[in-house]
Design a protein around this ligand. Sequence first.
Ligand SMILES: [Zn+2]
Length: 256
Amino acid sequence: MPVLSAAARTRLRLAGFGALLAGCSVGEYQYTEVEGRGGWRSERESACIAARPPSATITTLAAITEEGTCGMDFPLQIVAIANGSVAVSPNPTLNCPFTDALEAWMANSVQPAARAGFGVEVVEIKQISAYACRNRNNFGRELSEHAFGNALDVAGFKLANGREVIVQSGWNGKPDEQAFLRQIFGGACAIFTTSLGPTSNIMHYNHFHIDLAKMAPDGSPKMCKPPLGEASAVTAVTEVPADVTIAVPTAVPGAD
Ligand SMILES: [Zn+2]
């Protein structure tokens, strides 16, 4: 194999990833975070922090830079979102733009679906991976959006009446849980640039992976798997990867 320049290697990786995404109608994929933490992340974080009101349950930590490309300029330690009304457990570290998107998903999709489907609101998000300096498991050597605090793996929810709705058991579980999870997954697809749920691939049998990867300068197109219209028509992946622990909320790295 001839020696390739860094730029050529980058093009090759992008071409390969683009091919993977072609089946999702993503088209011209412009993922730019191949060689390092780009300026657009800092710009988004700075603008977000400047606009974010103080919160008793969300605190700003010192910049995370010691892990090289991984990290954030303004990491947020989340105890609860939605003015403290929705705990996130275990408490994750996330970037500001993602936290804003998580709040929007909660207000515009999750809580309306919970009120309609269960008659009560969600009081806790159960997550199994937030900030983590690691690569994607199944998309080659590129860093995961988790490495920038720009992603969350959501394993389930606790309702105000104590009931728990878990992605792994609920996706093909009780009818009201199936309906709720599909509705809010569709809501996630409208807000996040990447939304991967059960049946998208074997690694997502027990969680929604949601992130704000920069797909294109305007933030679109998005990756939404399974597509909303197909969500109820496909069968959940039941085979469990050997290296994945099922326990919730024990941290289980997602595929992305
Ligand atoms: Zn993930």
